[in-house]
Every structure is written in C-alpha cells, then in structure tokens.
Design a protein around this ligand. Structure first.
Ligand SMILES: *[C@@H]1O[C@H](CO)[C@@H](O)[C@H](O)[C@H]1NC(C)=O
Length: 534
C-alpha cells in the first residue's frame, strides 16, 4: 500500500515538476554570498558552519541554470538576515569524487547539512522565498517555546501558513515527548509552538473568540491555527501519541482548497486522505468554483482534501487519474490508500461536471457506492484468446482469472514501451505454448500494466515483473488474490520451467512436457522426411 502511494507521488511529481529549464549560468556569481566548495575545502567548511544548504550541480544542466538566480538571491538575503545559514555550490563535473560520496544521481541535488554527521534531503521550494523560508525554519529548534505572552502573541502574528500549538496547563511529559518527535519529523511543513500556563491559553482565546479552550486547562491540548481564516482546529483524537498527532497535523496543514503545484504537491500527497481534483483551463473557471470547493473542504475536512489544478500546465496528470486530459474542466477523486480513482463521466459532460454531479460523486464515494474508473484495454475475443500462446490479461478479466485458485498462473507484467519486455516476448510465448498444449493446470499470462490498472499485493517496481500465483496458494487479504511468488532468476525457458515446477502448487514438470513436444516434433520431422523420400 505504501508503494501505491509513492507511485502516485512520482506520477504527479513527474507532471507537476516538469516545467522547462532556463538559459543563463548555473554557476553562481562569485561576488554573491554563495560559497563555492571543492573536494579540498568541503570538510573544513561543513565542520565550521552548523547549517549549510549545498547544491550539487553541473554547469550544463538546464534546471541548475534555472535555479542559480534564485539560489543567489536566497544566499544574499540570508547573508544579511541570518548569517549563520550558508548556501554552497559543488560543481560535480569538477569534484566527481565528492559528489560520488554523496550518491548524487541527478542535477541539481540539494542537501541540508548540519555538520558532517547530519545530512538531510532538501524538500523545500526552488525559488528564493521558499529557500529562505525552509532554511530559516531549519535553523530554528523544531519546537519554539516563547517565554512570555507577548512573545507568544508576536509569534502567532508572524505566521502566514497553518501552524501547530501545544497548549498545556501543567506538565505532561509523555505527550510533550510525542509532540517534539512529530515536530522533528514535520518541521519542514509546519511551525510548532509550545506554551505552558493558563495565561497563554487565555491570550489565544482572546484572539480567537470562537475557540473554546476550557478542556486544555489541565492536560496538554493540541491545535492547528489557520491564520488566513482566523480559525483554530483542536485535536480531538482519543489517544495522544506520535502516530495520532502526525495524522492530525498532516491532515490539518492542508488548505481547504488551493492549487496543486511544485510547492504544494508533497503536502497533498503526504496527507493521509483521498484527494479530489478540479482541473481548470482558465482563471475564470477556477474563480467560479473557489467558494464552492472551500466550503466542501471545510465540510469534508478529515475525509477528503480538495485541490485545483491548472490543466494548461499540468493537464497530463489527468491520465494518471484515468481521465481524459482533453476534456477540461474535470473532477476526479484519487483514493491512494486503495489505489482507486473516481471521476464525473466526461463523455456525457463535454463542458465539464456540474456542481450537482460533483456533490453526488463525493457523497457516493464516501458511502462506498461510487464505481471506480478502471483503465483497461478491451477484452480479447474468444478467437484472439484461443490463437494466443499466452493468456491475454486486461483489467476487465484480471480478477476473474486470478481468482481461479485451481491453476498455477504465471503472469508477466510488462509495458509496451519496455525493451527488456520485447526481448522476453518470444521466450514467454514458447513457455505459454508448452503448457497450453501440454498441461492446462498451468496458465502463462501477460498483461500490459501501463494500459491496465490492476492491483498487486507486491509492488511492481519495473518491467517486466514476473509473478507466479501458485494453485491453492495463500490469499492476500488486501487484494483478495493469492500472494504471488516473485521470479528473479535468469529469464530463460529452462529457468521458467524449473520455477513453475518448484514454486507451483501442482509441481508440474514442464521439462517432461517439453520432451513429449520435442519427441512429437522429431516424429513429425521423421515422418515428413519419410514422406519426402517416398
Ligand atoms: C555578507 O554579509 C556581510 C555582513 O553584512 C557583508 O560584509 C558581506 O559583504 C556580505 N556578502 C555578500 C556577498 O553579500
């Protein structure tokens, strides 16, 4: 399940993050505050500077050129405001060894170094304001503890994005410990504040009239403040621990309705909730629905998140939602936890979905009544299936076949564009032929995984992936299908045959089938020779 979520992150990252590179120089102006580091100077610099943002780059790389002016602007500004934070560049074409040590695979790669021991991936935005914000946040302790009410209120005033407060009347060590662990993990997304004492709670209440803080007087309470809406959302879970607090903050930090783009997509992807998208083409289209979706966002908080997406920039993402990117506006819901996608039908609504249709889909979805959109190739006809040496799977016949637990089913998950898959195809056909004619208890199958949305209990990380579902095998509860055995040997006929014999539920020895077939062939050859001679 975790992987499925990751795959959707990758899918949107690749569409959302892909905006064109720029011209210009990737190497920062030597007069700027960016420090050029080399293999020789690196260690000493990191030893003596407690917080460094290091950019590993190559001068020819387009994205590095695009980043350079932003990086310089952030460095110059931080040099003035926070001289303890340093921004540095390492040219990987000159210092291959150093970049190798850090496992740099793509350019630019940004890492936050807190001394030589603590190295973190930079996960902030790539424009100067975002870099500054991220680095200043990185320089602060993960939980801020204002000492006076004035300091506290000043801190509250400063916040422009949702932030977290721990309010406690008295000591509560256990939950404070959980809170600081959560803060360490989420510091890049949220500012965390902690205050203790009734006077702080009263000060907050006086700022936010709607907020009832009476329950926070004794034990620790947790809230997220949304400065834009001047609202406070209290944690109402039963148990306070690291997991429950993490889920609460990750849910509440997401705006009720805002756009998915390079800077916000991780926020949405990390929220443990289904995500509803509204794709629009023009600012007018977005404006029309802003109020509607903000209201839905409030109503369905904790159940579904809502986001807009500018189809003129990231329209291709519709494909990973099984929707048609040509028909905009569109509305779709992505349920990553179950790897299912839902959408208002596009074919019958060429001008986009109506408000009523959107509401209906959300309600059906929450009641478990909506039908997911399944991406599938058309079902092969009986003739096509009969003519093919391997069983042709598509999303529409996938479950039906795999639920037949009386057979050993060996499936090749491939993609039509994959070279290794093409190379394997003749061998796979040969294997299919062998059992199709030799023993129907073994089925050799194939599915183009890039064109058919099907679930697997083991994530598919590359193509081709070969899974054997053994007859009478153990059932995986999440998918309702058997747990597959992964083939990882050399992709040759004999190895496949051995695998089916050893791992299959029937233990069928394909080598004997092979012999029969060869003998038959030999006999036929002999016959034909005889025939020729006659
Ligand atoms: C960095 O800040 C210091 C102190 O304000 C200043 O002297 C120096 O010129 C600045 N460096 C750059 C490159 O702006």
């Amino acid at each position: 399940m975790k992987f499925l979520k990751l795959s959707s992150v990758v899918a949107i990252a690749s569409t959302v993050l892909a905006s064109g590179p720029a011209d210009g120089d990737a190497i920062a102006d030597p007069n700027s505050a960016v420090v050029k580091l080399t293999g020789e100077t690196f260690d000493a610099f990191i030893e003596s500077n407690p917080l460094v943002l290091a950019e590993f780059f190559a001068p020819w790389c387009g994205y590095c050129k695009k980043l350079a002016p932003e990086f310089v602007a952030a460095a110059d500004s931080l040099n003035e405001s926070h001289p303890g934070i340093k921004l540095a560049q390492i040219d990987c074409t000159q210092d291959e060894e150093l970049c190798g040590k850090f496992g740099i695979r793509g350019y630019p790669t940004l890492k936050v170094l807190r001394g030589p021991e603590t190295i973190e991936d930079y996960e902030g935005a790539r424009e100067s304001a975002g870099i500054i914000d991220y680095m200043v946040r990185s320089s602060l302790p993960s939980v801020q503890v204002p000492e006076t009410v004035e300091e506290f209120l000043a801190l509250v005033e400063q916040q422009t994005k949702p932030f977290a407060i721990q309010l406690s009347g008295e000591d509560d060590e256990e939950s404070s410990d959980a809170y600081s662990k959560v803060a360490d993990a989420l510091r890049k997304d949220l500012t965390f504040v902690s205050v203790k004492g009734k006077e702080f709670i009263e000060a907050l209440v006086s700022k936010f009239v709607d907020f009832d803080a009476s329950s926070f007087a004794e034990k620790a309470g947790y809230v997220v403040v949304h400065p834009a809406e001047a609202s406070i959302i209290p944690f109402s879970g039963e148990e306070i621990n690291k997991d429950s607090l993490t889920a609460f903050f990750k849910t509440e930090v997401v705006p009720y309705f805002s756009d998915i783009n390079r800077d916000t997509y991780m926020l949405y992807m990390e929220a443990p909730l289904p995500l509803a998208y509204y794709f629009y083409k023009t600012p007018e289209q977005r404006e029309e629905v802003e109020e509607f979706f903000t209201k839905l966002g409030k109503t369905y908080r904790g159940k579904i998140n809502f986001a807009g997406l500018d189809a003129s920039l990231f329209g291709k993402h519709a494909e990973s939602l099984n929707m048609d990117p040509e028909i905009i506006p569109l509305f779709a819901i992505q349920d990553s936890a179950n790897n299912k996608k839902y959408g208002v039908d596009q074919a019958s609504n060429p001008d986009g979905p109506s408000i009523e249709q959107i509401k209906e889909l959300i309600e059906d979805f929450l009641e478990g009544k909506a039908s997911p959109i399944i991406k599938s190739e058309p079902l092969p006809t009986e003739e096509e299936q009969a003519a093919s040496p391997v069983y042709q799977l598509v999303a529409h016949n996938y479950e039906e076949l795999l639920k037949d637990t009386s057979k050993d089913i060996f499936v090749k998950y491939y993609a039509h564009w994959c070279g290794h898959c093409k190379k394997l195809a003749p061998t796979w056909d040969e294997l299919g032929d062998l059992y199709k004619s030799g023993n129907p208890d073994v089925i050799i199958a194939k599915i183009d995984h890039s064109k058919n949305d099907v679930e697997t209990s083991i994530p598919i990380e590359g193509y081709p992936t070969l899974f054997l579902y053994p007859a009478n095998g153990e059932i995986d509860e999440a998918t309702g299908l058997r747990k597959p055995v992964v083939f990882s040997g050399p992709r040759v006929l004999d190895a496949f045959i051995d695998f089916v014999k050893v791992e299959g539920g029937h233990g069928i020895d394909g080598h004997t089938l092979k012999k029969v077939e060869e003998e038959e062939e030999e006999e036929q050859e002999e016959e034909s020779i005889d025939h020729d001679e006659l």
